[in-house]
Write a protein that binds this ligand. Structure first.
Ligand code: ACM
Length: 664
């Protein structure tokens, strides 16, 4: 078959399942013939436009390849153009401050002689290098890249990851490795949620009591902020700061009580939830303060956008203190929503005065705001479409909340231009700029944030980068497993964090039985943890629920095995026996371990569910039929085992239910 005919066929029938391991998948990809070896002679060369950030990106790629392959490769850069294994051509410089209109497209052509990466801008080169890094794979001759032609550009210009550093502080080195992970999957906006009820996390020289009295000493100095900004720019990532207001502001008030709606006393909030303290939108003094503060932060953060939060104002103080009723009446306002809209307008004007555009959570959506603002949709996809119909740009985070412990496959199918946007005109659709994965930090710390964020975020990154019609969930999971491993070569620590958490739980005991249990449980979903017990910032997050990954690959794979019965029978039996017998290995440790003790009923449930699964498998294989009572009893057992215990869910219950229901 000619190469052209092969490509045409692939376009019609889709890529074969093993076609590539890239994530996000490129817009266009044509396989070639042969392979480019990656060995000790590998060099990177440049032609035409050059700048330091391209050289450091090439050096990072080399380091990553050395790390991944174990092959010593000389770090001399640039190699000469004719002998370079990877030749980079960049047309011209990028914008002095990265913006969302910049061209990120690139072309990558790999033959058995050379790889050529061509892009108009340094951003395109960075995206192409991320692809190149994912193409390096072990093969029969060592390491190499299968010949390929790639033409690629993003579907959406705004592809973000938000990290909340207020609930639990995340130190700079940890943030940096998330930026490395972002760059590896072509995300281009780091949304830095810098203040909330539980912490004010950036140094203010104009108002030093903000970080001095609002952070327990855990904040980023302005020098550290600049260090992170430079780190992000090197990787083609914009940094959008968020200062959430007028709600979620308890941590501002110990230092500056005059900003608050209520009389105090004020303190940093230690619990999770929505609290009454909020800024006073009626006092001019508050806007004078914010004018100076926003001016200071607008000068520190170069991005054209400034996030003002605006979410979850409960309005209790505005309803109970007479001063606010008088203000509302005097200004013809009917509700607290009107009062918040007034605040948003005033703050938006200050943001604009300091040369920035406003972005805020969807509560700020109001027809009176100028069309330059961006609405950040978190409560539902409808607000994104509604904003677009009103002429506002928007980004989507509803459906991309990593902290709610949903599987990657669910996030993957959430589309910023999904059903809610179907009725938009082409012009309105252009106002949908993309989306952001959000990592709220109530139930995560720097010690497990990597394995909460990764690898699921790679699936969201693909949704935001790759063609809309790409919706093959099994193939996404296949590639996500590869991406999860290669992310490790970039410095993301998710695999190691998981191992450490297992070891913490196991203590002096062998880790394997703990792993067997942890692999088949998931944290309860959505906001269930806050309802299960009362948490504070000081509550240790070191339990099974903090160890278990947000969604169980083992349970998903087991479910696939059940679907493939009877061919998969031996493998199904092997898992079931492992789970049935695991409790006997763990049980002796429960009495002596406060951390493990709460897992006792979970482990017992796993054994009971596995025993029921074994009976069902035996019935299937013997061709005998169970009684109706047997079925009823087993299904009742599954109902009990499906209830949350110790804030985890036993994720093999649904596939075992399938197995039991399959026995007639
Ligand atoms: C939010 O989750 N309150 C934006």
């Amino acid at each position: 078959m000619s190469k052209w005919l092969f490509f045409a066929t692939m376009c019609v029938v889709g890529w074969p399942a093993q076609a590539h391991n890239l994530m996000p998948a490129p817009a266009k990809m044509t396989p070639g013939s042969g392979r480019l070896p990656v060995d000790g002679s590998f060099r990177i060369g440049f032609e035409s436009y050059q700048e330091p950030r391209l050289k450091s990106a090439a050096a990072r790629l080399l380091r990553q390849i050395v790390h991944q392959t174990g092959i010593p490769i000389a770090a001399d850069l640039p190699g000469d153009a004719s002998s370079a294994a990877l030749l980079i051509h960049c047309d011209h410089a990028g914008a002095a401050v990265q913006n969302l209109r910049e061209d990120e497209s690139y072309r990558l052509s790999v033959t058995s002689r050379q790889a050529r990466l061509t892009a108009a801008t340094p951003l395109g080169v960075l995206r192409g290098l991320a692809t190149f890094a994912q193409l390096v794979e072990p093969d029969a001759q060592g390491f190499g890249i299968a010949a390929v032609e790639i033409e690629d550009s993003p579907r959406f210009p705004w592809r973000g990851l938000m990290i909340d550093v207020a609930r639990h502080f995340i130190p700079l080195p940890v943030l940096k490795r998330h930026l490395d992970g972002m760059a590896a999957v072509k995300l281009n906006v780091f949304h830095w949620h810098l203040s909330d009820d539980q912490g004010f996390r950036v140094e203010s020289r104009k108002f030093p009591k903000l970080h001095q009295m609002g952070s327990d000493g855990r904040y980023f100095t302005q020098d550290q902020v600049r260090e992170l900004l430079a780190y992000a720019r090197e990787r083609g990532i914009r940094v959008v700061p968020e200062f959430d207001m007028p709600g979620h502001t308890s941590a501002w008030f110990p230092g500056y009580p005059e900003l608050a709606s209520g009389p105090g006393p004020h303190q940093i909030e230690r619990r999770w939830g929505i609290f009454d303290p909020c800024m006073d939108p009626t006092r001019e003094e508050v806007y004078r303060f914010l004018d100076t503060f926003i001016g200071e932060m607008a000068a520190l953060f170069p991005d054209e956008y400034f996030h003002i939060g605006g979410d979850e104002v409960n309005g209790k103080l505005w309803s109970s203190i007479p001063r606010f009723a008088e203000f509302k009446q005097k200004h013809g306002m009917k509700s607290n929503e009107d009062l918040q809209a007034y605040f948003s307008r005033r703050v938006q004007a200050l943001v604009q005065k300091h040369g920035k555009k406003t972005i805020g959570w969807d509560e700020i959506l109001h027809p009176d705001l100028p069309k330059s603002i961006v609405v950040h949709s978190w409560r539902g996809q409808k607000s994104l479409a509604e904003a677009a119909r009103m002429g506002f740009s928007g980004i989507l985070s509803n459906g991309y909340y990593l902290d709610l412990s949903h599987p990657a496959g669910e996030h993957y199918l959430v589309d910023p231009l999904g059903d809610a946007a179907a009725a938009l005109t082409p012009e309105q659709k252009k106002l949908v700029l993309g989306g952001e994965a959000c990592m709220w930090m109530e139930y995560a710390t720097e010690r497990n944030v990597d394995d909460r964020i990764w690898p699921r975020t790679a699936a969201i990154a693909e949704r935001l980068w790759s063609p809309q019609e790409l919706r093959d969930v099994p193939d996404m999971y296949r590639r996500l497993a590869v991406a999860g491993r290669t992310l490790d070569w970039t410095g993301v620590d998710h695999q190691w964090q998981y191992e450490q958490a297992l070891q913490r739980l196991a203590g002096v005991h062998p880790v394997e039985p703990v792993r067997v249990l942890a692999e088949v449980v998931e944290p309860i979903k959505n906001y269930g943890r806050g309802q299960a017990r009362s948490y504070t910032q000081q509550t240790p997050l070191n339990r099974l629920v903090d160890t278990a990954l947000p969604s169980s690959d083992r349970a998903r794979e087991f479910s696939d095995l059940i679907d493939r019965l009877p061919a998969s029978s031996a493998e199904v039996r092997r898992w079931i026996l492992l789970w049935r017998d695991n409790d006997a290995r763990l049980r002796p440790w429960f009495a002596g371990s406060a951390l493990l003790a709460e897992a006792a009923p979970v482990s017992a449930n796993l054994a009971a569910v596995a025993a029921a699964a074994l009976e069902a498998l035996d019935y299937r294989e013997s061709g005998q039929h169970p009684t109706a009572e047997w079925r009823q009893e087993k299904l009742a057992l599954l109902d009990r085992a499906a209830r949350p215990q110790a804030e985890v869910l036993l994720s093999v219950v649904p596939p075992v239910r399938k197995l039991i229901e399959s026995v007639r």
